[in-house]
Design a protein around this ligand. Structure first.
Ligand SMILES: [Zn+2]
Length: 143
């Protein structure tokens, strides 16, 4: 009798382990699924950052233009300010390049059609130029 209870107890423990396994698997799947939306969020954040930098760069270039014209008109002691704005703009461009690189690293490279070298649309299945299937294109590219 005690034996039966022990066996039932072991069985229950077994089932418990299995349930835990399933729970972990379910969590793994959830991780897979939630990966993409967070990537999209990150890309969106980076793109907002990028447009901010672009605006800043435009402002700087406007400022430089104004200063250069003032200098042309004979205003003095502007060189330092022009130099400062140029340096700042260059730094902004470097920052922009870094962010663009990051955004590109998130997005898979588009496939190239093996026949006509046409760049296939993102997520597209067929070459929009000659109609060859993108899947084939990928296989050929790997060879
Ligand atoms: Zn093609």
């Amino acid at each position: 009798m005690v034996d039966v209870f022990r066996r039932i107890g072991e069985k229950a423990k077994d089932l418990g382990e299995k349930a835990k396994d399933l729970g972990e698997k379910a969590r793994d799947v959830t991780k897979e699924v939630t990966k993409r939306p967070s990537e999209l969020l990150e890309i969106t954040r980076l793109k907002i950052e990028l447009s901010k930098l672009e605006k800043e760069k435009e402002n700087n270039l406007n400022g430089i233009g104004t200063l250069v014209y003032q200098k042309y008109q004979g205003k003095e002691n502007l060189d330092q300010e022009i130099e400062r704005l140029c340096q700042q703009t260059k730094a902004l461009e470097e920052e922009k390049a870094k962010i663009e690189e990051k955004i590109n690293s998130f997005q898979p490279r588009p496939l190239i059609c093996p026949d006509c070298k046409w760049e296939l649309p993102a997520g597209g299945t067929y070459c929009s130029f000659c109609g060859k299937e993108a899947k084939e294109a990928e296989e050929v590219k790997e060879v």
